[in-house]
Design a protein around this ligand. Sequence first.
Ligand SMILES: Cc1ncc(COP(=O)(O)O)c(C=O)c1O
Length: 386
Amino acid sequence: MKNIADGMYQILGEGAFAVLAKAQALEREGKKILHFEIGQPDFPTPQHVKEAGKAAIDENFTGYVAADGILELKAAIQDEIEVTRGYRPSTNQILILPGAKPGIYFTMIGTTNPGEEIIYPDPGFPTYESVTKYIGATPVPIPLKEENEFRLNPEDIAQKITPKTKLIILNSPQNPTGSVMTKEELLKIAELSEENNCFVLADEIYSKMLYDEEFYSMTVRDEAKERSILLDGFSKSYSMTGWRLGYLVGPKMLIEKLGILLINSISCTTSFVQRAGIAALKGNQDDLFNMMKAFRKRRDAIVKGLNEIPNISCLTPQGAFYAFPNIIKTGMTSQEAADHLLHNAGVACLPGTAFGSCGEGYLRFSYATSVETINHAIERIKESFQ
Ligand SMILES: Cc1ncc(COP(=O)(O)O)c(C=O)c1O
């Protein structure tokens, strides 16, 4: 066979899916595995959202729709951004996508040429590094430090920014650490992006998943008109991972071009799923409220439990549903510790290195599971180290 395209050798898989496959292989052998690897809420999609999707299918709303998204959903997103971010984008600043992830990919290829630099957090969502390499851009990972509670430090960005920097990617609340950046830090990065004339992608997929702090979007500064690009979606807040629905809000000219890219690649986002999205944003928010109440209990249980295990320490995450314990004192690498827990404790979690080399010394637990399962896992982990 002829060689495939060079970029294909640069894209990486995602650790969560690899560990899930290993865990499922053990389950087929009859082992009981407790799952902490996949980043998806264990709650069903809210009933009224499911009903809206079903009704749209029954009404035969099943054909192609406008490539950039149906107007009714765009209107709901305008209201949503006005209430949650403090500004009202125009409809031609909004692009509806099948999930948030394509928004990362589209923004990266839509803003950055080969040889230009992309700044992103390490550890961070694996797509940032993978797509940077795929498009031939230069990765500039910024280490997130535990002593800074895993928040991206604007000073570190200032040191790494160059005339070639084209895009800065932020993610708050953050995957995999659960950190939440302060308003001051976010504003400092907005200033840096203005001084250095680069784009900023604010990946805000966990914007509704904060425990104590108020959510702040740095995109309010230019109202996503000049250089900031907001990414959000329905997967996490509304337990809609499999529906595939997300959106970008950004500068008109970029959004228009990305819409054309979308026509050429996807055609449009599934029509009836968009109707379900309207119900999610406009309908009753009790399910989200109750889910976050449950996540808070789980967070407290897992952080307490992990801190009781000798040689493991864990900060309290401020957002999302991930715990990121330090395992350096166990003497194992992240990969060794994750393998040890899978085989000797029957607990599936991810090595911190699945999120970049600065994740060495850490594990990621997605606590999208019951408090009972969390407590059971903690007991098994304790025993496995005895
Ligand atoms: C930081 C971050 N961005 C984007 C996504 C992708 O979301 P979606 O499932 O809507 O594509 C995820 C999912 O895990 C994520 O953690």
